[in-house]
Design a protein around this ligand. Structure first.
Ligand code: AMP
Length: 298
């Protein structure tokens, strides 16, 4: 059937879909053939951090779908939705190079029908960290991720530890709503000088780019203090905030020491405690974090 576009024929090299029904049909067909489906949700402007999720998905799944969608509902009215980079051709080439099976790149109208009034809201967790600084942000994220999970019906979905609060919120949503999917968190990929990779790094001028290093530097300072035996969350946070203050042009949003699952404050820092920072470098808001590790005494 020349020029046909059935789901069966789409199981070749990378297929680009804009329609939910088509993406779902492709994934269902693959699933019926015994393939495990992996989903990597992204907003595009792909970098090595995103590609590390894709590679993790490739090791675990026989069909890897990457969604590329700049989700309007997770941006505040004064945030960068309209100017967020959308280099679709470069993204497509990068994903083709990684041998991704499916790129799901819907329009806003495909993902959100006119007159929608339904939201997925995780309570509590979403009022902390980025949720506190960006009201409504996580409601947009969870609503979109729920829609993506319904569209692709993956067995496994891959998210970066870079967005630590987002990962906690999504794990909670999946648990609370019994989504039949495994959530895998992947480590933060950094530039050689320590800056966590982010699509928003493209906004930084060269002086801002230099200043932005203070985020990873402050996390390292806390790690070193923890390694040296400090266990008091307030002292560790103080150490991180002092390191952030070394770069007075960078405006701190939060620097917190928390439980990575509940995002609650803790009484004592332990293995896997989350140290999270957010700050404005110029007008660009950057986030970074680290999970503390008790030194291996073996
Ligand atoms: P985004 O396109 O910013 O929505 O990110 C899509 C996914 O990539 C999210 O799960 C992010 O946590 C993840 N991600 C973004 N930057 C990094 C990074 N530097 N290292 C690992 N994962 C990342």
């Amino acid at each position: 059937m020349a020029g046909g576009n059935t789901a069966e024929q789409c199981l070749g090299p990378v297929k680009i879909c804009a329609a939910i029904a088509e993406a779902r049909a492709i994934c269902r067909l693959a699933r019926a053939k015994g393939k495990r489906i992996g989903l990597v949700p992204t907003m595009g402007a792909l970098h090595e951090g995103h590609l590390s999720l894709v590679r993790a998905a490739k090791t675990r799944c026989e069909l890897v779908a990457v969604s590329v969608f700049v989700n309007p509902t997770q941006f505040g009215p004064k945030e960068d939705f309209t100017r967020y980079p959308r280099p679709f051709e470069a993204d497509r080439a990068a994903l083709e190079n990684e041998r991704v099976d499916l790129i799901f790149a819907p329009t806003v109208e495909e993902m959100y029908q006119a007159g929608e009034t339904t939201w997925v809201t995780v309570e509590g967790l979403t009022e902390k960290l980025d949720g506190r600084s960006r009201p409504g942000h996580f409601r947009g994220v969870t609503t979109l991720v729920a829609k993506l999970l319904h569209a692709i019906e993956p067995d496994v979905a891959f998210f970066g530890q870079k967005d630590a609060a987002q990962l906690a919120v999504i794990r909670r949503m999946v648990r609370d709503l019994n989504f039949p999917v495994e959530i895998v968190g992947c480590p933060i990929v950094r530039e050689p000088d320590g800056l966590a990779m982010s699509s928003r790094n493209a906004y930084l001028g060269s002086e801002e780019r230099r200043r932005a290093l203070v985020l990873s530097r402050s996390l390292r300072a806390v790690e070193n203090s923890f390694r040296a035996g400090e266990r008091s969350p307030s002292k560790l946070a103080q150490c991180g905030r002092a390191a952030m203050a070394q770069e007075p042009e960078v405006r701190l949003d939060y620097f917190e020491i928390l439980d990575p699952e509940t995002l609650d404050p803790i009484e004592r820092a332990v293995d896997n405690t989350l140290v999270a920072v957010a700050a404005y470098v110029g007008t660009t808001r950057l986030i970074d974090n680290v999970l503390l590790r008790v030194p291996d005494r073996a």
